[in-house]
Structures are given as C-alpha cells and as structure tokens.
Design a protein around this ligand. Sequence first.
Ligand code: PEP
Length: 258
Amino acid sequence: MTRPLVVGNWKMNLDYVEAVHLTQQIGVILKNKPLEHVELVVVPPFVDLRSVTSVVESERIAVGVGAQHASRHEAGAHTGEVSVSMLQRLNVAWVLVGHSERRAMYAMTDVVVAQTLRTVLGQGLNGVLCVGEELSIREAGRQDDFVTAQLHDALEGLDETSRPLVTIAYEPIWAIGSGLTATTEQVREMTEHIRTVASSLSLGQVRVLYGGSVNAENAASLMTEGRVDGFLVGGASLKAESFLTISQAANDCYDGKR
Ligand code: PEP
C-alpha cells in the first residue's frame, strides 16, 4: 500500500489571518499527535499562500502547501492568472488541476486541464488531477467511460519525469459538498478502474484519492473498503480537528495494512 496522502482544499474560504490561524491549529495538534505515515497538504486560496508557507516553515509544521489552480501559461498578458513559477517561488509544491468547480464554472476544458497539468509537472510541482462524473452520467451507468476519457485526455503522452508527480483524485461531482458520499463499493470499483487506466498510460504507481463529502465518520471505511490512497477533503478540511481526524483514520488504516 502506498503512503497515504490527505489534501485539504479550502476553496474560497478563509482570509490570510484565518488561514494562518487554521495552519497553526493544525501544527499544534500534529505536534501533540504526529502522523507517522500520512502525507498532509493544505490548499488555501492564492492570497493566503505566502502567509501559510511562512508559518509552515517558521513553525516547522509537517504539511505541504498547494494551490487550487495555476495558469497553463508561463508568464505574460493573462490578467487575473497566477503562474506555476510564482507558486514555486513561494515553496508551493502542489497544484490541484481540473477541480470540477473550475471545469464547470470557469470553462476549464479537457484540453486546458491537460495543458495546465503539463505546465505544473514540467516545472517539477506535484499535480493532483481531479476527475469524476455528474449524477446523470452515473445514473446512465457511463461513469467508467467518462472517467477513462478524462484520464486519457489529461495523461496521455506524459514523459518519464512528469509521471511520478501525478496524483489522481476521483471526485464524483454529485458527492462534492452535497453530504452525499459515494458508497465504499462505488469508490472501490472506480479506484480500481482508474488504476487500470493509469497503468495502461504508464502510471502504474500513481496514488488514487477519493473526494466528496469525506468526514471524520466515513474516512476509515472509505480507506479500507474503498481501497483509496487517501483523500481530497473540502468542507471538513476547514476545521483542524475534523481534517486531522480524517488524516488519523488514513494513518491507522495504513498501519493496519502494512
Ligand atoms: C472538494 O472540494 O474537492 C471536495 C471534495 O469537497 P467536499 O469534501 O466538501 O465534498
């Protein structure tokens, strides 16, 4: 079993003062109860990144820092965008690519997702590629084909240096922020499917996360029965206690399975 990864997506929540506060709370809990096996990443809004990376570094908190998006362009006339090299300069090591909210609300097409992923990986940052189907697609039983197409569009032809930097997050859109979690069986079937497709694209060792209304109560069963390598957590990552309870569940499952 691969070392679990738990990523907290703060979305458009928390100004920089609140973000620093949450980061410090995470730091305090981790110091009292370190997570031996889990890799943790927090993903604040862009304007919080400088403050959060400073606190993480100065207080030696064992979390990585990620961005919720990045421009596919390297620099220049792209008003409102943030480049990967700007993120890198802030010691941001992770970027979410193709979150369903960006795909649906900000016209992020599969082509743009693929270009963004290449820009992120090309500069040596870790990319968390988000995939997942809408409810109508699941109801029609077409979720496997849909996710296969998303994976092919994003991952086909990645070079050898880029591949180890990829993580895939399966996030069924109907489960995001809705309180509706996919069943452990649905998660297991899809993560197995994703691993098969990823392997056919030469990404045999890729970590596959689940995201969609993960909370302190369902994390352990999603981990063991859903057979995921960790989580992408939205709402429950906004409180240090729930984020770390989820992470602790991932840690304990890893401990029990090794
Ligand atoms: C997300 O935003 O990626 C997410 C999974 O959100 P939530 O946990 O709130 O469903």
